[in-house]
Design a protein around this ligand. Structure first.
Ligand code: GLN
Length: 489
């Protein structure tokens, strides 16, 4: 039985038809991961015991003739900032290298309850700061399309695991682009749902007002089905919203009469790779052919989003990361002086990018400085949100690039400011709390790497962007390209 390009639907059906058992799926997946990990390094830890336990439960369901849950048998991996009892939760950091999860994050629990088999924890930039997966204390992940290139970040491990066919679905977290940007570099469907749709409980916090969990998949249906499982109101997260939506419901509806907004300023600038521009223009033409009306809109303050984000993000991170104090848990260099113990432990346990964000956040929140930066960034946040609200009075969704470039080489971007610009098209959505999805569409003619577009929707209209993505997916059939890389691993 060939599992490697199987989607959620086929796996579940195969279990129902007794073509294979859940145990066989796990055997196959672990073998495949073990054969490819040396090249890709998308995992920090595998969880075979948990996987076999869930498989046994599913096989028992089949034996008893019970109805299988929607994600039954799909192999899931979780970013290593998501707690899962029975695994460590390292956040890609020496600080939490030996930290045992003491509970299970709601998004992980909801996935497993929906039938997902937990195979392991994915590599990531340390504490989710980064756009290349190079800052992980456990070494980088490599892009399956070209092993000399980065997979993007911070959820690079999950994107690479899905692209290479190691897993069916991976969950990432996106504070400023960390699902969509690696999705773009690795050529997979990658969604940041509306803030509030997926519980953040048990996901180690970076920027609590910006963080959102979402899936990496090889097709839009799997993305929508995973979102069904994840969008459950959670009393443990006061920002989680009660919603009763079937995200797969609209996928086969056509797009006739849909209004799609485009922002001409976004692509008519230098610094955007020709392949990205070409993919964007091609997608707009396809949307027109599918019956959409294309309307120019402006997001006047979007140009300030990156500046606002690199103020708001570090301020929230500074506060959230203060819990790693070398007293309660985490990396600890014992010292008779408590202050020295904390500062030495944090100095050694955290990597450079983490320290940069903490120092920046501490400075920006200090008295006298706060009004000049944090307060103003909050005002800019309101303006960006207003821009989106006004745009969505005219259009159903927006289309824009996801990243300015295709995947770059390991070590190629060493200056933090250049790295931060990777998020230029993604951060404004987190700031406004909207939903966004990266859809891979083609292999770029110049780069020979995957390219695609970002579809952006208003808050709580996630089903609309999935519908647009599904219609475009039928045109492009990007999933046919996976065979080209899966055969290498
Ligand atoms: N690359 C961005 C940053 O480093 C986004 C990170 C994220 O979304 N977690 O802050």
């Amino acid at each position: 039985m060939e599992f490697k390009n199987m989607c959620t639907r086929k796996i579940r059906q195969g279990l129902i038809d007794k073509d294979f058992s859940a145990k066989e799926i796990v055997d196959y997946s672990l073998e495949r991961i073990n054969n490819s990990e040396e090249k890709i390094h998308s995992f920090i830890e595998l969880s075979p015991d948990l996987a076999y336990k869930k498989a046994a439960e599913l096989d028992d369901f089949v034996a008893k003739g019970e109805k299988l849950p929607p994600l039954a048998g799909s192999i899931f991996a979780f970013k290593d900032n998501m707690n899962l009892i029975g695994t460590h939760t390292t956040c890609g950091s020496k600080m939490l290298e030996n930290y045992d999860s003491t509970f299970t994050a709601s998004c992980v629990k909801h996935s497993i309850e929906a039938g997902a088999i937990p195979i392991g924890k994915n590599n990531m930039d340390e504490f989710a700061f980064g756009s290349s997966c190079e800052t992980s204390a456990f070494g980088p992940t490599y892009n399956p399309w070209d092993l000399e290139r980065v997979p993007g970040g911070s959820s690079g491990g999950g994107a690479a695991a899905v692209a290479s066919g190691q897993v069916t679905v991976a969950l990432g977290s996106d504070t400023g682009g960390s699902i969509r940007q690696p999705g773009s570099f690795c050529g997979v469907v990658a969604m940041k749902p509306t803030y509030g749709i997926v519980s953040r409980y048990g996901v180690v916090a970076f920027g609590s007002s910006l963080d959102q969990v979402g899936p990496f998949t090889r097709n839009v249906y799997d993305c929508a089905l995973t979102l069904n499982a994840l969008s459950i109101q959670d009393p443990q997260d006061c920002t989680s919203h009660p919603l009763d939506v079937d995200y797969t419901a609209n996928l086969d509806k056509d797009l006739k009469g849909k209004k799609i907004g485009v922002i001409p300023d976004f692509v008519e600038t230098d610094g955007i790779a020709p392949d990205i521009k070409a993919a964007y223009k091609d997608a707009i033409a396809k949307l027109k052919d599918l019956g959409c009306e294309i309307i120019d809109v402006s997001l006047d303050h979007a140009k300030d989003a990156i500046n606002a984000y690199y103020i708001l993000g570090p301020c929230e991170a500074f506060s959230n990361l203060s819990r790693f104090d070398a007293v309660r848990y985490g990396f600890n260099l014992p010292n008779s002086n408590l202050d020295s113990q904390t500062s030495n432990s944090r100095g050694t346990g955290f990597g450079n990018e983490v320290k940069r964000r903490i120092i920046l956040g501490a400075y920006l929140l200090s008295s006298g400085i706060y009004d000049k930066y944090y307060y103003r960034a909050q005002q800019v946040r309101s303006l960006i949100t207003q821009d989106y609200t006004q745009a969505f009075e005219k259009v159903d969704a927006l289309v824009m690039p996801t990243t300015p470039n295709t995947a770059f080489k390991l070590g190629e971007v060493s200056d933090p400011n250049t790295m931060y610009l990777s998020d230029i098209f993604t951060v404004s959505l987190n700031i406004a709390g909207n939903c966004g999805l990266h859809l891979p569409t083609q292999i770029g003619q110049n780069s020979n790497l995957p390219v695609g577009i970002q579809i952006v929707g208003p808050a709580f209209k996630d089903e609309n962007i999935l519908q647009i993505a599904s219609n475009l997916e039928k045109e492009y059939k990007f999933y046919e390209n996976y065979e080209r890389i899966t055969r290498n691993f």
